[in-house]
Design a protein around this ligand. Structure first.
Ligand SMILES: Nc1ncnc2c1ncn2[C@@H]1O[C@H](COP(=O)(O)OP(=O)(O)OP(=O)(O)O)[C@@H](O)[C@H]1O
Ligand SMILES: [Mg+2]
Length: 398
């Protein structure tokens, strides 16, 4: 059976197919041919070795071993069939191996639930490794632990051949998580600048071979109409941010110290309180003469996991100490103190002990509240002093 690769592999992947770089990352939306293209490539890679009667190893790894058989194993089986060579292989499901009968060239399938276990692997003559669904790994260190195990097992006495490789090729495939701070998103961003990495981003729209199912395309179109964010994330593979991650962090401007050419007009304090699990935070903000808002300092106390949680009078005392400290530091009295509207006990306690009223936040609709903040941020007026205290999570109330 004569198979033309160009009929199986979408043109988008041509560069990924031919790159000389050892590390290849295929990310993208659902159904964008990542897994199928990698599986075809892995099978194609074995060809030159098999022709020279050499035994090589291809290692397919997925963090979660339970899914190996239905993903990597069946994907390689699919590729062997597509390329018309499945009959040359023996399928050993219980051992999770697919072995070329004549040469012993083998596809191995491993779960990486325990990365240390993989460290002792000695299959030998490894030409390629495929990490499928890389997002399942906890962090980049888990990959770093596995790479050297296989890189050192590259074939050393292989007969020279233009279609053989002098390094182990390491493939990765995944769908980017929404959260820009997810380790994989940050990791791949760093790798963009490294010469040894080739990074591809694909979507279902790269289908020039007409593989996509018409019904599936219709369904995707409805997502596109009804929930564009969901569509962008799932089908375009874009990092859209978490639903709760509504503010663009680029708009939070870092300051090492207070600017010389501006001065503080007023100090504001805002408290978001909790008693059982959620934390109590109090932030001190400056409104400056230029109309900017600067987060100066943060008080943070989390009752979570503590046997003796602070009572309202303890918290009132802490808040008072924090406020007085800020007033002295910045030589201004608190202009306004705002607290979350659900809070009653702490507010009353504070009034009793210190005679000052906390003003309950004038809550409006959630989207409007978000809009106030976004508006301030978009005007480039928000700054924070880069101190350890200000790295604590705060409930921002204005
Ligand atoms: N050459 C081909 N011929 C026929 N079907 C194909 C071909 N290539 C891919 N497909 C089919 O297209 C579908 C999507 O491909 P694939 O699973 O490789 O996408 P993916 O990018 O890995 O998707 P996901 O993001 O869901 O993991 C699969 O059902 C696959 O079997
Ligand atoms: Mg896939």
């Amino acid at each position: 059976m004569k198979v033309l690769m160009s009929q199986l592999v979408n043109p988008h992947f041509r560069e990924m197919w031919t790159t000389e770089k050892p590390y290849i990352i295929c990310k993208g939306g659902r159904g964008s041919f990542k897994s199928s293209t990698i599986s075809l490539k892995l099978v194609a890679m074995t060809k030159a070795y098999i022709q020279d009667r050499e035994r090589v190893s291809i290692v397919c790894i997925r963090k979660n071993a339970t899914y190996l058989r239905d993903s990597c194993y069946s994907q390689i089986t699919w590729a062997l069939n597509k390329l018309g060579v499945a009959h040359e292989f023996q399928f050993l499901i219980s051992q999770m191996r697919i072995v070329h009968k004549l040469t012993g060239t083998t596809f191995y399938f491993y779960g990486a639930d325990d990365p240390l276990k993989l460290k002792s692997n000695i299959v030998g003559n490894v030409v390629a490794v495929w990490f499928e669904e890389v997002t399942e790994f906890k962090n980049a260190e888990e990959l770093d632990q596995i790479y050297p195990t296989f890189i050192r097992q590259r074939p050393k006495d292989s007969k020279p051949n233009a279609r053989k490789y002098d390094h182990v090729k390491i493939f990765h495939s995944y769908n980017p998580p929404k959260n820009p701070y997810d380790w994989i998103n940050e990791w791949v961003d760093q790798k963009k600048f490294m010469d040894s990495f080739f990074i591809d981003h694909s979507t279902y729209e790269h289908d020039e071979l007409g593989i996509n199912d018409k019904e599936q395309l219709k369904l995707i179109e409805t997502y596109k109409q009804n929930d564009p964010d969901y569509y962008r994330w799932l089908y375009l593979g874009e990092v859209i941010g978490l639903g709760t991650n509504i503010y663009n962090m680029d708009h939070f401007h870092r300051l090492d110290e207070l600017p010389n050419d501006d001065y503080i007009l007023r100090l504001y304090f805002s408290t978001d309180s909790g008693h059982q699990i959620s934390a109590t935070t109090c932030s001190c903000y400056a409104l400056t003469q230029k109309g900017n808002v600067i987060l100066l300092d943060t008080y943070y106390y989390s009752p979570e996991g503590k046997a003796n949680k602070k009572a309202p009078d303890d918290l009132a005392k802490d808040l008072n100490q924090f406020i007085v400290k800020c007033e002295i530091t910045y030589n201004k009295f608190a202009y306004k103190m705002t607290i979350d509207s659900a809070e009653g006990a702490l507010k009353n306690q504070y009034y009793k002990d210190y005679g000052d009223h906390w003003h309950s936040v004038a809550k409006s609709k959630k989207v409007d509240m978000i809009d106030y903040v976004q508006n301030l941020l978009a005007q480039g007026r928000f700054f924070y002093l880069d101190t350890d205290a200000n790295k604590m999570p705060t409930g921002v109330l204005f």
